[in-house]
Design a protein around this ligand. Structure first.
Ligand code: TTP
Ligand code: MG
Length: 388
């Protein structure tokens, strides 16, 4: 007897995404180790093709080390526009299977296929179709995991990479999870992994068998969260990207600020964050809203509509600066935020047509910064103007 699927969640993740795109566009690179990144001595690996991985080369490794480990690798600088273009095609394929698609980055997404059996057949069959249609649309392979929760679907997509397909039915979830290393649990980074190991918890099964009170005493709310995940419990829903009506970033300041000059750096930081989130969601915005909260907790907002859709920090920041004089700036403010609204799919070709060379450069630069931040955290890159 097959157990019932309370939900059917798919996680799909492109294989060695940037490197595969390079091999697609340059057939002479196919079958060879390819490292995407800048060849400079101080740079790091963005990603490596599967031919390079057996040499120990992987994301975030210093380029110098990667080239030592795999001297025959071809080093290719990243081309974010191109990756975004292919990403759009991939997401279009996903959208054929479900209106509930949540993109996590350019190359991975969750799909909620609950109740879609009648349309696409049993989970394994849907997964095969998704893989075939991605391949057909892009020429690239995607690894797919299917289970009843986001967490297990995500672990499953990674299980047999590249070109993997792993279905974990509800009655196999615990058998699948429990032998795995604790590092696979969501929310467990290097530090937490180390702590769990010192507590004698090496596998997910170990965490599942530990008592709730022990985990809570040792790790606080993270402990409770991990205990749930280890039992295969993860109620998180797939949140469709289109339901994001706005994307914002705000910061409560350490010290209240007075006057435009003191507010500006916080607006710039917020604009940067909003733009990064827009690009991550693959969206552009036509509206920009600035929010300030005064020291006595009064919220003031001003908003504006832009002549064309934007996805980079510069035009968002400029719009915020234009709004700034309409606030009563003589009082102290405790919070500064920006929200982008009126969101939609950016029209890339049209955008390119209208964008000036300077704007294009700006956009490429920001994509490069996204990349660095993705690896080293938001604090890794600061604009000179923020440091003032
Ligand atoms: P991932 O899906 O993490 O990696 P991948 O697609 O290269 O390889 P895998 O087969 O293991 O999924 O990331 C997708 C892309 O995002 C990747 O091709 C390059 C980029 N990326 C970064 O820019 N920085 C990073 O630290 C990582 C991990 C990825
Ligand atoms: Mg990937």
């Amino acid at each position: 007897m097959e157990a019932r699927w309370p939900r059917t969640i798919v996680h799909a993740d492109m294989d060695a995404f940037y490197a595969s795109v390079e091999q697609l566009d340059r057939p002479e690179l196919r079958g060879r180790p390819v490292i995407v990144g800048h060849p400079g001595a101080r740079s790091v690996v963005t990603t490596a093709s599967y031919e390079a991985r057996p040499f120990g080369v992987g994301s975030a490794m210093p380029m110098a080390k990667a080239m030592r480990l795999c001297p025959e690798a071809v080093v290719v600088p990243p081309r974010f526009r191109r990756y975004q273009e292919i990403s759009r095609k991939v997401m279009e394929v996903f959208a054929r299977f479900s209106p509930r698609v949540e993109a996590l980055s350019l190359d991975e997404a969750f799909l909620d296929l609950t109740g879609a059996e009648g349309l696409f057949g049993p989970p394994e069959q849907v997964a095969r179709r998704i893989k075939a249609e991605v391949r057909e649309a892009t020429g690239l392979t995607v690894s797919v995991g299917v289970s009843t929760t986001k967490f297990v679907a995500k672990v499953a997509s990674d299980f047999r990479k590249p070109d993997g397909l792993t279905v974990v039915p509800p009655d196999r979830v615990l058998a699948f999870l429990h032998p795995m290393q604790v590092g696979r649990l969501w929310g467990v980074g290097k530090k937490a992994e180390e702590r769990l190991r010192r507590l004698g918890l090496r596998t997910i099964g170990d965490v599942a068998r530990a008592s709730r009170s022990f985990l809570e005493a040792e790790l606080g709310s993270l402990g409770l969260h991990l205990h749930q995940l280890a039992q295969g419990i993860d109620p998180r829903e797939v949140i469709p990207d289109r339901e994001a009506k706005s994307i914002g970033a705000e910061e409560t300041l350490e010290k209240d600020v007075i006057g435009a000059a003191a507010i500006r750096p916080h607006l710039l930081a917020a604009a940067d964050k909003v733009a990064m989130r827009l690009r991550k969601a693959g969206l552009g915005a036509r509206g920009v809203r600035v929010k300030l909260k005064s020291a006595d907790f009064q919220i003031h907002t001003r908003q504006t509509t832009l002549p064309r859709q934007v996805e980079t920090a510069a035009p968002i920041y400029e719009a915020a600066l234009r709004l700034l004089p309409s606030f009563p700036l003589d009082r102290p403010w405790r919070l500064v935020g920006i929200t982008a609204f009126d969101l939609g799919d950016p029209a890339p070709s049209q955008g390119d047509l209208f964008a000036t060379p300077v704007e294009r450069k700006q956009s490429n630069l920001e994509r490069a910064l996204d990349d660095v931040r993705a690896r080293f955290g938001a604090a890794a890159v600061r604009r000179a103007s923020e440091l003032a």
